[in-house]
Design a protein around this ligand. Sequence first.
Ligand code: DGJ
Length: 331
Amino acid sequence: MIPKTSALCALIVMGALACVSAAPAKPQTVHPGDVWPDDKGNHIQAHGGGILKQGKTYYWFGEYRAQDNEPSLRYVGCYSSQDLVHWKFHAPALKMAAPENLGERWVLERPKVFYNAKTKLYVMYFHLDSSDYSLARVGIATSKHVDRDYTYLKSFRPLGQISRDIGQFVDDDGSAYLIFEDRPNGFHIAKLSDDYLNVEKEVCLIPMHMEGGAVVHYQGLYYAIGSALTGWNPNPNKYATATSLSGPWSEFKDIAPPEVNTYGSQSTMMLKVVGSKSTTVIFMGDIWKPKTQWDSRYLWMPLEIGDGKLTLPAPKVWTLDIKTGEALVGG
Ligand code: DGJ
């Protein structure tokens, strides 16, 4: 016979286990345009960002524009997640002073991180500029660690051209590309050197004046998205397709009804999530608030994509099953 106290303990333990097993899983729900809290409850600071996947972990890098930043420094935020919904804050991966006497109002925008398997270095590219945006270069910082200790290496104009907004693209075969906007000439897709520390080869120059560039390879076709040049104000972002990155690219068409101006956002990346049942391509956009940049929001939505067509649906709450790759809008 079980003594009374042990029986009571057993009941308590069973009750606790029941509570554990009954605890609801965290909802995998994305709320486009809302404050997006990290694991500390603070709005995520990863604006103009990009995603790097390492193993099963996604790292989101972007402009860290917290209100209490030291005004002369620039910060790159780093967050990690297993499900693309719940994000753990890591201390800013890069925190730096103006590298080239650029003055207090210097610009570091749209950081993107690549992992170079040969050198085992994480290579961060960003748009480096003066306050009047006349420098128009890319900056590079590297680290041995994905989430910290990036140190500034150098800046240059890729392929000798002006470069402002940048985007990143890693193809299914692992080749890494920088997308950059060169105002006189257009929208470049350029291959990185073997060590990723240089931009080596023009793959395509699309003679379109577009920034916020993003590319995805989906079901045998490349899709490129870009935004018009309207500063922080939203505009109708457009897409084109090609069977090869080097083109020829189709004509650019609107990704959403033009009057909604990309639902107030601007493209920064397209993220392909390949699951056991389905592949979802997520449009990652920024809803900029130029006067209160720390409060700028994110518009992430699963794209309707395939057979050469791409549509950004109206923003709604949606859920993502990271294992199956299925996205459910309105779920
Ligand atoms: C538009 C760009 O797309 C943004 O990333 C930012 O550079 C603003 N211009 C600055 O005006």
